[in-house]
Every structure is written in structure tokens, then in C-alpha cells.
Design a protein around this ligand. Structure first.
Ligand code: UD1
Ligand code: MG
Length: 455
């Protein structure tokens, strides 16, 4: 959207959260409150995004990275009107400016776009969005005149008894023509119950100056829920998770117990996949068709192919190819690529590995910093010893069709060539040629009638 700029207000102390963390960095499931608001602005097509930061601003800037937005520091938190004034150098008279509370994560890009069109089509000089909730929250009330036209917003703490009865509330989404917004700054004052400069006074000033102000009433109040307390955070999180579950079920995914299944907004899941309870799927994770996931599994930012089984396991930042079996109780750590028809079974940990097709690591092993080929059999209790005493990591290479016997330690850097075999209980520190057997097992001694001698 050309000439449209967004300002996200994120400088407040968030006192009601009772937290060391700035409010907007609290998480709604797996992402920070402000991430959702920022993404909705971006998805609405707005590229010029300013974020007003104040309380513990270093943390908010660090979270985003300086290059991803323009940051304006509000040194003292003197209110939402004061916050928006910090951005004045980035506002031109011909701009169309959206201002949005940074604590309203469920607002959609669709709503933002529609709201911009509302201002443009109605040729308003300023506009605000309102909603009616089942139970009126402690938000600013929209006061209208006898003909139903907008008069002003009154904060709950400044309301008289009649105003408290008003059900239509201000949700914290505004748009202004740049000139009118800039003109209003000189008029803002803090003569109110909270001794703050309120953004909510700006529409009133615009109207008083002969400008045209519109109110855009939203039908879906869920989207507009702001987060001021831990209780609000839980309500919003539940709404988001509920909506996401519905999307997946509509797409043909079975959730055995939806309320006990947690899926991030960014996740894609193919049809006929079944998800058992206690499962968390987070970040930009993609899961294919016909998979069985869970129970009690966590998958973070990973790519899972089709017909994969993941039972009671954790997978992070990894790729699992079609028809692989993970778990029960496997820990797939970052940069693990597990090939088709392969198995990483019980109590196996992998990290930074490439495992080929049809390779089995069924139980009790640690495979790290390794390249394992196809049709490899890694028996129980195998350790790739990847780190030396200088804390340097080295790779273990196990080529196709090799066999690694139980309880073996492979000391990297090391290569086991094709069809190489390692005898059980060996510690291997040299490369093993193709088709050879390597073993370090010491000679077995049996002393007959030893018990008798002990007596
Ligand atoms: C605000 C509105 C209220 C509306 C409600 C909707 C005002 C005065 N009131 O109240 O009418 O119904 O949102 O949720 O705006 N912030 C700053 N600097 C400050 C103060 C706040 O950047 O000095 C930021 C906060 O970080 C937050 C946003 O502005 O993201 C809103 O502030 P908050 O204190 O949550 O306002 P509400 O009391 O919710
Ligand atoms: Mg708020």
C-alpha cells in the first residue's frame, strides 16, 4: 500500500502483567505478542513500519533486529498520544498513517486493509475501529451524539455513569491523514484521570477542527482483544489456538483431542495426518500427508515428509523424509536430516547428521556430526564421539551398508567404508576399509571353578 505508514505502539510499561519482560515480548503460544501485529501490518502490504519502544526498549529492538523496522524511543511513558508523537519526524502531510496498539495480536491483515479502505473510500481525515464484546472490557467508550455520529472517546477511568453503560468500545486501531495527525499534536494535554497524553483524544481534535472522522465497527470482537494482564494473555492464546485447530481440521487433519493439541499459526499439515494429544507443533513447521504424530511430541521449525511416524519424541530444526519412523522417545536435535524409510528409535539422540535411506538406529545411541549412508544398521548403544579434548568437533562418516555393533564408540574424525563392520563393544579410532571387520574386543578369559577358590 503506497503512502501508507504504520506506527505500532509498544513502549508502555505493561504494569498489569507484573513482569520483568516488556509486555509486547510475552508470548502468545510460540511467538511474541508484537510479532503478530507486525506481521499483520506487513501482510496488509505496509512496508513503512515504525515501532515506538520505551520500557526496556533494548530488548524489543534486539528481538526484531534494527534493520526490520524504524524504532522510536519514548524515554518516559507519558501515554499513547505521547508515544505517537515520538514518530512525528517520519510523518509527512500527505501520508496515510495507521496507528495500532502493539498489544492486540489477533488483528488480521484483512481487517487492517479493510480499515485503510474505509478511511480512503469515506474520505475521512481520521478514523478509529470499534467493537462490542459479550462482556464490556475496561476500554475507552465510543460516545456518539443523538444522530449516532461519533463525538469522542472517553477512557473508562474518565467515564461518568452514563458513559460506563456504553457497550461500543475503542479497540486501539486508528488511521489518520498525515496533516491532521501532525496538527493534533500541539493540542494534546494530560488533563485526565491518568495524567497521560491519550491518542484517543486525537479523533476529537480532528473533528473539532472541521475534519471528518469515521468509526469502523468490527463484527469479530475476538480479533480486537488487547492484552493487559496474564488473564488476557491466556484468553488470546486460547482463541488463537482454537482458530488454528479449526483451520487444520477443515483441511483434513485429525486431532484426537483438539483442546490438548497445540499448533502454531505458521504450521502446515497435510491431509489424513493424525495428531495425538499432548503434541506441540511450533514455528515454521511443515508436516506431510498421512503422518501419525504424538502423543506427547514436540516439533519445532522442522520439515516432516509424508507417512512419517513420530511417537513421543522431540524434533527441532530438522528434516524427516517420507516413511521414516521417529521414536518413541527420540531426540532429534537441530540440523538432522533423516532419510526415507529410516528409523531413529527409542532413546536415540541425533544432532547435525545426515542419515540416508533405510538406515536403522533403533535404540540407545548418540549420533552427532555424522554422515551415515543408506542401509546402515547401527545396533544398540552406539556413540559417535565427536568432540576431542580441545573442544573441537569432528565428523563421523559411515558409508552405505555398514554395520556398527552394539556399544561401540566411533572416535571422530573417522570413516567406516561401504560394507565395513564393527564388532560389538569396540572403540574405533582409525578408518575401517570397505568390507573389513574392525574390533577392539579384548580376549575373553574364563577361569573354571573360580568360585571355589574365592571361598
Ligand atoms: C488503550 C486505549 C483504550 C482502548 C484500549 C484497547 C488509550 C489512552 N486508551 O487502553 O481506549 O480501549 O487501548 O485495547 O490509548 N504505550 C506506549 N507508550 C505509553 C503507553 C502505552 O507505547 O506511554 C503502548 C503500549 O505498549 C500498548 C499500547 O500503547 O501496546 C496501548 O497501551 P495500554 O496501556 O495497553 O492502553 P489501554 O489501557 O489498553
Ligand atoms: Mg492495552
Amino acid at each position: 500500500m503506497n503512502n501508507v505508514k504504520a506506527i505500532i505502539l509498544a513502549g508502555g510499561k505493561g504494569t498489569r502483567m507484573k513482569s520483568e519482560l516488556p509486555k509486547v515480548l510475552h508470548k502468545v503460544y510460540d511467538r511474541c505478542i508484537i510479532d503478530y501485529v507486525y506481521d499483520s501490518c506487513k501482510q496488509a502490504g505496509i512496508d513503512d513500519i515504525s515501532i515506538v519502544v520505551g520500557h526496556k526498549y533494548e530488548k524489543v529492538i534486539e528481538h526484531f533486529g534494527k534493520e526490520n523496522a524504524k524504532f522510536f524511543i519514548q524515554e518516559e511513558q507519558l501515554g499513547t498520544g505521547h508515544a505517537v508523537m515520538q514518530v512525528k519526524d517520519n510523518i509527512k502531510e500527505n501520508d496515510l498513517v495507521i496507528v495500532i496498539n502493539g498489544d492486540m495480536p489477533l488483528i488480521s491483515s484483512f481487517t487492517i486493509k479493510s480499515f485503510v479502505s474505509f478511511l480512503q473510500l469515506g474520505n475521512f481525515d481520521g478514523a478509529l475501529a470499534s467493537a462490542v464484546f459479550d462482556k464490556t472490557p475496561s476500554y475507552g467508550r465510543i460516545v456518539r451524539d443523538n444522530e449516532g455520529n461519533f463525538s469522542k472517546i472517553v477512557e473508562q477511568k474518565d467515564c461518568n455513569e452514563d458513559e460506563l453503560e456504553i457497550e461500543e468500545v475503542n479497540i486501539g486501531l486508528y488511521s489518520f491523514k498525515g496533516k491532521h495527525l501532525l496538527d493534533s499534536f500541539s493540542k494534546l494535554n494530560n488533563n485526565n484521570a491518568q495524567k497521560e497524553y491519550y491518542i484517543t483524544d486525537i479523533p476529537y481534535y480532528i473533528m473539532n477542527d472541521g475534519g471528518k472522522v469515521g468509526v469502523y465497527m468490527l463484527q469479530d470482537s475476538d480479533e480486537t482483544q488487547g492484552i493487559n494482564s496474564r488473564s488476557d494473555l491466556s484468553v488470546v492464546t486460547n482463541t488463537l489456538l482454537h482458530n488454528t485447530r479449526e483451520i487444520h481440521m477443515d483441511n483434513g487433519v485429525t486431532l484426537i483431542d483438539p483442546s490438548n493439541t497445540y499448533i502454531s499459526l505458521d504450521v502446515e499439515i497435510g491431509k489424513d495426518t493424525i495428531i495425538y494429544p499432548g503434541t506441540n507443533i511450533q514455528g515454521r513447521t511443515k508436516i506431510g500427508e498421512g503422518c501419525i504424530i504424538g502423543p506427547n511430541s514436540t516439533i519445532v521449525c522442522s520439515e516432516i515428509g509424508n507417512y512419517v511416524i513420530v511417537e513421543t519424541s522431540k524434533i527441532a530444526y530438522s528434516k524427516i523424509a517420507d516413511n521414516a519412523i521417529i521414536g518413541p522417545f527420540a531426540h532429534i536435535r537441530p540440523k538432522s536430516n533423516i532419510g526415507e524409510f529410516s528409523k531413529v528409535g527409542s532413546f536415540v539422540e541425533t544432532k547435525n547428521v545426515n542419515i540416508g535411506t533405510n538406515t536403522k538406529v533403533p535404540h540407545l545411541s548418540y549420533i552427532g556430526d555424522s554422515d551415515v549412508g543408506n542401509n546402515v544398521e547401527i545396533a544398540c548403544g552406539v556413540i559417535t564421539s565427536n568432540m576431542n579434548t580441545k573442544w573441537e568437533k569432528n565428523r563421523t562418516i559411515i558409508k552405505d551398508n555398514a554395520f556398527i555393533g552394539c556399544n561401540s564408540v566411533l572416535i571422530a574424525p573417522i570413516t567406516i567404508e561401504e560394507f565395513g563392520a564393527i564388532g560389538a563393544g569396540s572403540t574405533i579410532s582409525k578408518d575401517v576399509p570397505s568390507k573389513a571387520l574392525a574390533l577392539t574386543r579384548s580376549e575373553l578369559k574364563i577361569k573354571e571353578n573360580y568360585y571355589e577358590g574365592r571361598k
